[in-house]
Every structure is written in structure tokens, then in C-alpha cells.
Design a binder for this molecule. Structure first.
Ligand SMILES: Cc1cc2nc3c(=O)[nH]c(=O)nc-3n(C[C@H](O)[C@H](O)[C@H](O)COP(=O)(O)OP(=O)(O)OC[C@H]3O[C@@H](n4cnc5c(N)ncnc54)[C@H](O)[C@@H]3O)c2cc1C
Length: 446
């Protein structure tokens, strides 16, 4: 039987549209050659696709390789406790605090309760369990990197300096209330004119007159310093040229703190400019454990390793939030997670997040085994984890289209905050030079 438009039931209007696009007689000749089954198959293919119902997405699991499955019970408890605190207490305020550029100080008492719970065996520096401490940074940064920095400056840098280098009287006066978060700490090395070369170029001076030191100079960045009760100011002793640490209390005459405006990253961390004009500090407020800045090396290496954990947590948070968003977002009638290119980007992120988790866990094991982390290992972790974190947040932000630059979905904040993590605790280049010197035996610092 011959295939004609009439017999195939094609109306004239459709026939006219069809002839604009193809040679209808040639098409009908070809159809003549097909048997009934072929025609049926062809008709099947030509029917418009029925709208697909996407299956419910599986639960989001940022730990795809169960990297954290072998933690001790106590480490798991700490991780879960911090996760709940961040999701229930910090997350609801995170975007608003970021937008306003003000640290949510009302959270400080709750942060103190958290500290008491996660440090139930007492505070020590270097940490007794560097994996547990790393997990705290990971979980904080996964939700709110600004809060993580508040915590890191107060605990690792400020309390860490007191624990390692402070006198018994200083520990009693400052460290104990800091453990309860009744007193908050800050730490100031960087200056307006000296960042990477701070330990060498530092210009803030300390002149000893009797039992009193007189400090003069300026500091930049120093997180928490707008409200921190005490700041550890690093200044050069003019007699021997060595850099030493001094405890300066907020409100001391000549110590002027101003919040840095216009920051585009970690906006809820209050960074500052400090002017130090004839600030008098008693000898009892000098850290006796530091004779020269090199003495602080192992403390800084441990804090730098903490930044690698922070980078890993931030990347995991961005991956999870981006996947959550893609699961909900419908385009062309389908969840965008059903598109091949979207899946490819999700997989690229997941691979990097898994590598980050594996890296920091090994870093923690090395620190736990040796009791310290070498500067070279800490620097490699800082360089590689921050590079990889940046790749992850960039994919996450891009995957979310325009909504990726809105605070509403959190990834925009994580994307911007990654830049501060990348910048501080030594730039990429300085850390690379430390590793380069370690593996070649040749210093390429200039
Ligand atoms: C959010 C935030 C919080 C911070 N918190 C604190 C804090 O609490 N306390 C504190 O003391 N500091 C803090 N800092 C300061 C931080 O540690 C410095 O920003 C960092 O050390 C880099 O210094 P810099 O910004 O002055 O950059 P610079 O030293 O001016 O470097 C600029 C560029 O030059 C490159 N460079 C410099 N020297 C070399 C070289 N020899 N070879 C190759 N490249 C080189 C660097 O890698 C970088 O890319 C904070 C910074 C930020 C962004």
C-alpha cells in the first residue's frame, strides 16, 4: 500500500510546514520501503517526549570515601558537636553578619560552651589531638569561614601563644578567662608596610625603660581586634634587634584600633588598622618564652596546618551546597543534575573534596605521631589545599548561574571567603618557597 499524506492522516497545514523543511515526496518514497514494525518504531520516536519525572535525589554525602569513618569516638563526637553548633546556631546569622560586616558577638558565650565541650580534656598547644582540632576548623569553615577565623585567631594564634610562651601569671590572668571566652584574644604581626616580610622588615619598635616597654608603630589585619580584650603585639626590641611578643589590653592609652572598611572576603571577621603611639607595657606583659621570632615557628606551622583543614572544610561546604542547589533547580523541564555537563562538574568537585579530606587527615596523623608539624609539611598543605579549594568554589559558583553570586544560597559567601583563606597565614608564593627550600636545599627567598 502506497504511503500518501492522506492515508497517513497528515493535514494540509502540517504538510505545508513539512514541505518547508524537507522534500516530502522523497520522504514518502522512503516510508514506502518500511514495513509496519519499522513505521511503528518511527512513529514512537517522533512522539514528543513525555515530561520525565526525575527520581528523588539521594542524600548528599560530602564524605564520599568515608575518609572520616575511622575517627576515634571522641573525634567523631567533636566533629558532630561542632557541625550541629554551626548548622543550628551560626548558619542562621551567617549571611546577615557577612553583609553587615560585623561579627555576631552575641554568639561568643555559646562559642565558650562549645569550647568547654570540645576541649573537655583541657586546652593545650601544640594540640594533644591535632586531628580533633583540625576537624573543628573543617566543620566551622564548611558552614561559616568567618566564624572559623574568629575561633582560629582567638584559640590557635592568641591562646596558643600564651600557652606556649606565656608565664604562669600571664596564663592565670589571660589564658584562663580566654578558655571561658570571657576574654577574647587577637594577634598582630602584619603591618601596613610589611606582610610577607613581616618577621624581617617589621618596623614596630619596643624600647625598654626600667620595667616598662614603650611600643611605637602600626599593625594591619589582626582579626577580632576591634573587640578583643587583649592583643599580642609583635615588636622589635631596639637593643638586640629581635622581634618579641607583648600583651596589650584594649583601652590602653596610645593603642588605637580602627575597623578596615571595604573588605570583600570574610566580611564578618573584623580586621583592623592599629596605631601604636607610646604604648606602655609592663615587663610582666612580655611573653617570656620568645627571645626571637624564630621561636614562634612551630606554633605558626601548626596554625598554618589548621588553614589547610579550613580550606578542605570550605570546599566540602561549597560542594554540598552546590549539589543541594542543583538538585532543586529545574531547567528545560528537568533537574539540572540530569545534564551530563552538570554531573561532570559535580564529579570534578567531589574528586577534589575527597583528595582534600585525605590530605588533611594524613597531615593530622603526621602531627599527632610526631607531636609537631614541620614548616615544610604545613606549607605544602597550605599551598595545595588552598589551590584546590579555589578550584572547587569556582566550579560551585559557576554551576549555580546567577544565583551563585547571591548570598541566599551560601555558595557566594564561601566563594568570596576562600580568597582570605588563600591570602593569609603566608601567601601561596611564600609557602611554596618554604617547601621549595625544603626539597631542594636551596633558598630562593629574596
Ligand atoms: C582576612 C585576613 C585576616 C588576617 N588576619 C591576620 C591576623 O590576625 N594577624 C596578622 O598579623 N595578620 C593577619 N593577616 C595578614 C596576612 O597574614 C597577610 O595578608 C599575608 O601574610 C600576606 O601579606 P600581605 O597581604 O602584606 O602581602 P605582600 O607581602 O605585600 O605580598 C603581595 C604579593 O607579593 C608576593 N610576594 C612577596 N614577597 C615575595 C617573594 N619574596 N617572592 C615571591 N613572591 C612574593 C606575595 O606572595 C603576594 O602575592 C590577615 C590577612 C587577611 C587577608
Amino acid at each position: 500500500m502506497e504511503a500518501t499524506p492522506d492515508r497517513l492522516g497528515i493535514d494540509p497545514e502540517t504538510l505545508s510546514r513539512l514541505s518547508d523543511k524537507t522534500d516530502v515526496s522523497a520522504l514518502l518514497d522512503r516510508l514506502d520501503d518500511l514495513d509496519a514494525r519499522d513505521l511503528e518504531r518511527l512513529a514512537d520516536g517522533a512522539r514528543p517526549a513525555r515530561p520525565q519525572r526525575s527520581p528523588e535525589p539521594p542524600p548528599i554525602d560530602g564524605d564520599f570515601y568515608d575518609v572520616f569513618a575511622d575517627l576515634t569516638d571522641e573525634q567523631k563526637r567533636v566533629k558532630q558537636r561542632v557541625r550541629s553548633f554551626m548548622e543550628e546556631t551560626v548558619a542562621p546569622q551567617a549571611n546577615e553578619a557577612w553583609e553587615e560586616g560585623v561579627f555576631p558577638r552575641d554568639l561568643i558565650p555559646a562559642a565558650g560552651d562549645l569550647f568547654a565541650d570540645v576541649m573537655s580534656d583541657g586546652y593545650s598547644f601544640p594540640p594533644d589531638d591535632p586531628i580533633a582540632v583540625g576537624l573543628i576548623s573543617y566543620e566551622m569553615s564548611r558552614v561559616d569561614p568567618s566564624f572559623c577565623t574568629f575561633w582560629g585567631v582567638h584559640t590557635g594564634l592568641s591562646m596558643g601563644s600564651l600557652a606556649m610562651f606565656g608565664s604562669e601569671e600571664q596564663k592565670e590572668k589571660y589564658l584562663r578567662p580566654m578558655e571561658d571566652f570571657e576574654m577574647i584574644g587577637s594577634w598582630a604581626l602584619t603591618e601596613p608596610k610589611h606582610g610577607s616580610d613581616a618577621s624581617r622588615g617589621l618596623e614596630t619598635t619596643a624600647v625598654k625603660r626600667g620595667d616598662t616597654w614603650v611600643l611605637n608603630g602600626a599593625k594591619k589585619w589582626s582579626g577580632n581586634a576591634t573587640f578583643a580584650d587583649v592583643n599580642i603585639i609583635w615588636a622589635r626590641d631596639t637593643r638586640d634587634g629581635n622581634v618579641k611578643g607583648f600583651l596589650v589590653e584594649l583601652g590602653t592609652e596610645g593603642y588605637e584600633v580602627e575597623k578596615l572598611p571595604g573588605k570583600i572576603s570574610k566580611r564578618a571577621v573584623e580586621n583592623v588598622l592599629i596605631e601604636i603611639n607610646d604604648v606602655e607595657v609592663p615587663e610582666s606583659n612580655r611573653l617570656p618564652g620568645v627571645e626571637k621570632f624564630a621561636d614562634v615557628g612551630l606554633q605558626l606551622a601548626s596554625c598554618r596546618a589548621g588553614v589547610a583543614w579550613e580550606a578542605a572544610g570550605l570546599a566540602a561546604g561549597a560542594y554540598e551546597k552546590a549539589l543541594e542547589y542543583c538538585n532543586e533547580r529545574i531547567q528545560f523541564g528537568k533537574r539540572i543534575t540530569s545534564f551530563q555537563m552538570v554531573q561532570d562538574q559535580l564529579v570534578r568537585m567531589l574528586g577534589k573534596v575527597t583528595a582534600l579530606q585525605t590530605f588533611v587527615m594524613q597531615l593530622g596523623r603526621a602531627e599527632a605521631r610526631d607531636g609537631y608539624i614541620t614548616p615544610e609539611r604545613a606549607s605544602l598543605a597550605k599551598v595545595w589545599c588552598c589551590d584546590t579549594m579555589r578550584e572547587v568554589v569556582s566550579i560551585a559558583r559557576g554551576l549555580m548561574g546567577g544565583n551563585g553570586i547571591l548570598l541566599e544560597h551560601d555558595v557566594a559567601r564561601l566563594f568570596a571567603d576562600a580568597e582570605a583563606v588563600y591570602a593569609y597565614e603566608g601567601s601561596r608564593e611564600m609557602n611554596a618557597l618554604i617547601v621549595g627550600r625544603g626539597i631542594t636545599g636551596q633558598s630562593a627567598f629574596v
